[in-house]
Design a binder for this molecule. Structure first.
Ligand SMILES: [Zn+2]
Ligand SMILES: [Zn+2]
Length: 164
């Protein structure tokens, strides 16, 4: 979606809502596509005393296997970002300002970058996920397995063999 910003730049005390769904179902992370649900983008373009801003609230449904137990789980990530828009930039090093020389903004590109930058690297099904047993592969959130009890120190195992 291309956002026409002409009105926003020439009208002081301007504000207009922005609302659409962003499709990022093609985004892949290690073999899974975690953003199957369209991302809700709700925001506002505003001109306050000549400063044009774009504030956006993203509601992202992220569905992927848990990093610890492998169970598929979904979480909703809320991200709020405000961009300052300008038709020319005096200080090129200023990353906070987005240059829109022709007063048109490619919203898809901007939103895609915003979302991808704010997706957490870690994804757990729950805060205190116990993970899975490295020996039998059981999901330890469902209860303990017997592996821990059976595991015997190899030195003690030698002793046990002697006694037998
Ligand atoms: Zn988990
Ligand atoms: Zn086990």
């Amino acid at each position: 979606m291309i956002l026409d910003l002409r009105k926003a730049f020439i009208t002081n005390e301007y504000s207009a809502p922005v609302e659409y769904k962003l499709d990022l179902s093609d985004v892949e992370y290690s073999g899974v596509f975690p953003l199957k649900q369209p991302i809700s983008v709700v925001g506002e373009v505003a001109n306050n005393a000549g400063v044009v801003t774009l504030s956006i609230h993203y509601s992202v449904c992220y569905e992927a296997p848990c990093d610890r137990c492998g169970e598929l789980s979904a979480e909703v990530i809320d991200v709020d970002i405000t961009h300052i828009l300008a038709t020319n930039i005096e200080n090129e090093d200023n990353d906070d300002i987005i240059l829109v020389a022709d007063m048109e903004l490619n919203l898809d590109e901007l939103c895609r970058n915003d979302v991808l930058l704010h997706i957490p690297m870690k994804h757990l099904c729950r805060k205190n996920c116990k993970g899975m047993c490295s020996v039998c592969g059981k999901n330890l959130n469902d209860g303990e397995c017997d592996c821990i009890k059976k595991e015997i120190d190899p030195r003690l195992q030698a002793l046990a063999d002697l006694l037998n």
